[in-house]
Design a protein around this ligand. Structure first.
Ligand code: ZN
Length: 138
């Protein structure tokens, strides 16, 4: 069995941002030379997510509104977690958007449904954060 690991780095210019990372993950898959197996992709921080959904700007605006409705950033005093930090909302947003995705690899490709794309969801950005890509197979 072959095994491959890579860390992808992100540093968003805004506090919250959704980034399509499908291309970068596909580069990892090509580098790994694995054609049959499983790919894991996870955020390594507890205020960021990796998830699969549609690359459609209306939907991305809907995610922002929906998440702000569930866990608004402000007032910071709303969250017991906020004292030393101000990212209570980001922890909650990350939890609902998920930590990781697992994608099947078939014939050397990510075995997606028709509109599936992989996204990095940043909820407390403006600093360097990592995503782990781990691929196993043959
Ligand atoms: Zn925190």
């Amino acid at each position: 069995m072959k095994s491959y690991k890579k860390e992808l780095w992100f540093n968003t210019s805004s506090r919250r941002q959704l980034i399509n990372i499908t291309g970068e993950v596909e580069k990892c898959l090509a580098e790994s030379q694995i054609t049959e197996g499983l790919l894991l992709c996870n955020a390594m921080h507890i205020t960021a997510s990796v998830f699969i959904n549609d690359d459609e700007s209306g939907l991305h605006n809907d995610f922002e509104k929906w998440l702000e409705g569930l866990a608004p950033e402000k007032p910071y005093s709303r969250y017991q977690h906020n004292g030393y930090e101000d990212n209570g909302d980001a922890h909650l947003k990350r939890t609902i958007m998920g930590r990781e995705v697992v994608v099947a690899i078939s014939d050397g490709k990510l075995d997606f449904g028709p509109w599936e794309r992989i996204f990095y969801g940043e909820f407390d950005g403006k600093r360097k954060k990592r995503v782990l890509v781990k691929i196993i197979g043959e």
